[in-house]
Ligand binder design. Structure first.
Ligand code: F0G
Length: 464
C-alpha cells in the first residue's frame, strides 16, 4: 500500500538547537545587517533556506568516516577512496580535489578563458560567470525560452536552447569557444532538470565543432531522479547509471561536493583529456594543495566518498524530491506564484508577480526575502536584479530576466513540521503583500554584489 505521507528516511541522532526569535528582534537584526540576509548571524535565523550548499546533515556512516580520514600530505588513503568513487561515477581518468566548486572553476576556466573567448551555458551559476568574466571572456546564458516563464510547465525546463547554441558557435567561431557548460540541475534558472536527450544533442554539437563540453554537476543525482521519472526509456535504469550516462557525454566535469555529495565542504574537477589535466595539475598544486588533497582534509575526502554513494539511494532521492515538491505545491495551491514545475533542491517564488507593485529597480525579490525573514525568521536568497542586474554603458538599469526568491532546502536537515511552519509564514506574506516596499542599494562591490551589498528600505511604495 502507498501512503501519501512521505516520511524522512532517517532518524535524528544528534540535534542542533534553533534559537526562537521574535518579530521585533528580527526587525532590529535585519536593520543591523543593512537588509542583506548574508550579513545575518545564523542564530538570528529560524529556518535557513539561504542555500543547500554545505548545509547538509551527514549520515552516521559519514561521521564514522571522519575517524578514518588519512591526513597524509601525499598518497592519502582517503583520497584513493574519494577518487575511486568519482571514477566509478564519471568514468573520467583525471580527477583533482579542490576545497569547493569555485576553486575548481577558477583553475579550469582560468585555463580555458581569456579575452576574446566565449562560454555558453544553459545558465552560468554566479561564481561560474565571475570566474569566466575575470579572465576577460564572455559568458552567454541560453536556457530554452520556457525557462523564463515561471508558470509554463515543461518537464525539462533546465535544457539548453540547441538552436541558439549552434548559432552562437557559428557567430563567434568554434576556435573562440572556451567551453559549453551544462549545469545540472539548472540552479540559477529554478533548479530545473536537464534531459538526457538535451545533453546528447549538446555533446554531438560540441564533438562536431571540437568544442569542450563540461558538466557543472553539483546536483547530478537530483537531475537523474527527474530523468528516470520524466524521460522515456529510463524506467529500468538506476539513478547512478543515468548519471554515468550523462557523464559519458561530456569531456569533463566540475562539482561542488557541498550539494549532492551531502558534505559540508569540498569539490573536484575531472577530465578525459590528459594534456588539459596536466595543465590544471600545476595550478592546483600552486593554489589549492598537493594533488592528493587539494585543500581538503583527509576526513573531508572520506565523507565525500560516502556521500556520493548515499545520494543515489532511491529512498533518499524520492524523499528529497518529493519533500521539495510538497512545499512548492502547497505554496502554489495557496496562490503564491512559484516556478513550475517545482525543481529539485529549492522552491523559487516569483517575486515579480507576488510584489508586482515593486519595479525591478527597487528589487522585489530582496523585498520578499526581507519580509520572509521579518515575519518568520526564514532566510532565503534573492536570485534576481540584486544578483544579476547592472547598469549598461549609458548608465541605464538592466534588470534580471526574472525576480526570484529561492527557498533552498538543505539535505536531510529540516522535518515536515518545519516545512508546515514555512507554509504558515507564507499565509502572512500573502495577507500583507500589498504593503511591501522596495529597497535601494547604497553600497556594492564590483563582482558578486549580492553577498555584501548594503541596502536601504524605501519608505513609500514606488509606482511602476
Ligand atoms: N555551480 C553551481 C551550479 C552551484 O550551484 C554552485 C554553488 C557552484 C557551482 C559553486 O560551488 O559554492 O562549492 O564554490 N552554489 C551555491 C548555491 C553557493 O547556493 O547555490 P561552491
Amino acid at each position: 500500500m502507498q501512503f501519501k505521507t512521505i516520511i524522512e528516511p532517517f532518524k535524528i541522532k544528534v540535534i542542533e538547537p534553533i534559537r526562537i526569535t521574535t518579530e521585533e528582534e528580527r526587525i532590529k537584526y535585519l536593520e543591523e545587517a543593512s537588509y542583506n540576509l548574508f550579513s545575518l548571524k545564523s542564530d538570528q535565523v529560524l529556518i535557513d533556506f539561504l542555500t543547500d550548499s554545505g548545509t547538509s546533515a551527514m549520515s552516521d556512516n559519514q561521521w564514522a568516516g571522519l575517524m578514518l580520514g588519512d591526513e597524509s600530505y601525499a598518497g592519502s588513503k582517503s583520497w584513493d577512496r574519494m577518487k575511486e568513487s568519482i571514477h566509478a561515477l564519471t568514468g573520467y581518468p583525471f580527477i583533482f580535489p579542490t576545497h569547493q566548486g569555485r576553486a575548481a572553476e577558477r583553475i579550469v576556466y582560468g585555463k580555458l578563458g581569456a579575452k576574446g573567448k566565449v562560454f555558453i551555458s544553459n545558465t552560468h551559476f554566479d561564481t561560474t560567470r565571475a570566474n569566466i568574466e575575470v579572465t576577460g571572456a564572455e559568458a552567454f546564458d541560453i536556457p530554452i525560452p520556457e525557462a523564463k516563464e515561471t508558470s509554463v510547465l515543461h518537464p525539462f525546463k533546465g535544457n539548453m536552447d540547441i538552436e541558439k547554441l549552434e548559432s552562437l558557435i557559428t557567430k563567434h567561431g568554434k576556435e573562440n569557444i572556451g567551453a559549453v557548460i551544462l549545469t545540472v540541475t539548472n540552479n540559477s534558472s529554478g533548479g530545473q532538470p536537464v534531459s538526457m536527450d538535451n545533453a546528447k544533442q549538446i555533446s554531438k554539437i560540441c564533438k562536431k565543432n571540437g568544442v569542450v563540453f563540461i558538466l557543472d554537476c553539483c546536483r547530478i543525482a537530483e537531475n537523474s531522479y527527474f530523468i528516470k521519472h520524466r524521460e522515456d526509456g529510463f524506467e529500468n535504469t538506476t539513478y547512478f547509471e543515468i548519471a554515468q550516462q550523462m557523464f559519458s557525454l561530456a569531456d569533463g566535469c566540475i562539482m561542488s561536493a557541498k550539494k549532492d555529495a551531502i558534505v559540508n565542504m569540498g569539490g573536484f574537477f575531472a577530465f578525459k583529456d590528459k594534456d588539459f589535466a596536466d595543465k590544471c595539475r600545476e595550478t592546483l598544486i600552486i593554489t589549492e594543495g598537493y594533488i592528493t588533497y587539494g585543500g581538503l582534509s583527509g576526513r573531508d575526502m572520506e565523507t565525500i566518498a560516502t556521500g556520493l554513494h548515499e545520494v543515489f539511494d532511491p529512498d533518499y532521492l524520492h524523499y528529497r524530491i518529493s519533500s521539495t515538491a510538497y512545499l512548492g505545491k502547497k505554496l502554489h495551491e495557496m496562490g503564491v506564484p512559484v516556478m513550475l514545475p517545482i525543481g529539485g533542491h529549492a522552491v523559487y517564488v516569483d517575486a515579480k508577480k507576488l510584489y508586482s507593485h515593486i519595479p525591478p529597480e527597487s528589487y522585489p525579490g530582496q523585498a520578499l526575502a526581507c519580509d520572509l525573514y521579518i515575519k518568520g525568521g526564514i532566510r532565503s536568497c534573492e536570485i534576481g536584479s540584486v544578483m544579476s542586474g547592472h547598469n549598461d554603458a549609458e548608465g541605464n538599469f538592466v534588470c534580471a530576466p526574472m525576480e526570484l526568491v529561492r527557498l533552498a532546502i538543505p539535505r536531510r536537515v529540516y522535518t515536515q513540521s518545519h516545512v508546515e511552519y514555512v507554509i504558515e509564514v507564507f499565509e502572512k506574506i500573502l495577507e500583507e503583500h500589498e504593503k511591501a516596499t522596495g529597497l535601494e542599494i547604497i553600497e556594492a562591490p564590483r563582482f558578486l554584489r549580492h553577498f555584501t551589498a548594503k541596502f536601504r528600505k524605501l519608505p513609500v511604495l514606488t509606482e511602476v
